[in-house]
Design a protein around this ligand. Structure first.
Ligand code: ADP
Length: 193
């Protein structure tokens, strides 16, 4: 199996690049943001709880997202591999993911960490807020809260995978195709090993 984590701050382009990567490598896309938004649109109790946190730019509790990923892994026994997008976002989620994958006899091959400057992130998220309809994108203070959550809780997830030498940094500014090529090059380098 090929199991990848696409990592980076909000607005770094994970969703855009995920769509292209899953197609090229035949992976199943697991985005906790998308899974949560689907719970919200179905108005489930989990969705209602998550929405109030997401609208403030805060993280949803670890147990909630770990449970969702657990179910998604179970629901896709035939997958050739997974692309994790927006997960893990805390060291506890990373440890839980390692355990879930170990139970399936597999593991994370690499974390692709996209680097984008703070000014560029802000510009992209505000622009996305004009069209995405996402309530967490059209308010500057919510965006700042998401970036703060990233620095205080999520950035450490890269340290977790760095101890296993699994992190590769990729330039996240440039054209969509340039970034996609840079990501593909890194994946091809591990996939042939
Ligand atoms: P972005 O990467 O642009 O912030 P996402 O769609 O990945 O957007 O996530 C939107 C929101 O969903 C986050 O701000 C957070 O509240 C919640 N969320 C998504 N994934 C997780 C996760 N793994 N752990 C906790 N909260 C999450």
């Amino acid at each position: 199996m090929l199991n990848l984590i696409l990592f980076g701050p909000p607005g770094s382009g994970k969703g855009t690049q995920s769509e292209k990567l899953i197609e090229k490598y035949g992976l199943k896309h697991l985005s906790t943001g998308d899974l949560l938004r689907s719970q919200i649109s179905q108005k489930t109790p989990l969705g209602l709880e998550a929405k109030s946190l997401m609208d403030k730019g805060q993280l949803v509790p670890d147990e909630v997202v770990i449970g969702m990923i657990h179910s998604a892994l179970e629901a896709n026994p035939q997958a050739k591999g997974f692309l994790f997008d927006g997960f893990p976002r805390t060291p506890a989620q990373a440890e839980a993911l390692d355990k879930l994958l170990a139970m399936k006899g597999t593991s994370i091959n690499m974390m692709l960490a996209m680097k984008v400057s703070e000014e560029e992130l802000m510009r992209r998220l505000l622009r996305r807020g004009d069209t995405s309809g996402r309530s967490d994108d059209n308010n500057e203070s919510v965006i700042r809260a998401r970036i703060a959550e990233y620095h205080s809780k999520t950035a450490q997830v890269a340290d977790y995978y760095r101890q296993f030498d699994k992190v590769v940094n990729v330039e996240g500014e440039g054209s969509i195709d340039q970034i996609f090529e840079a990501l593909s090059k890194e994946i091809d380098a591990v996939a042939v090993q």
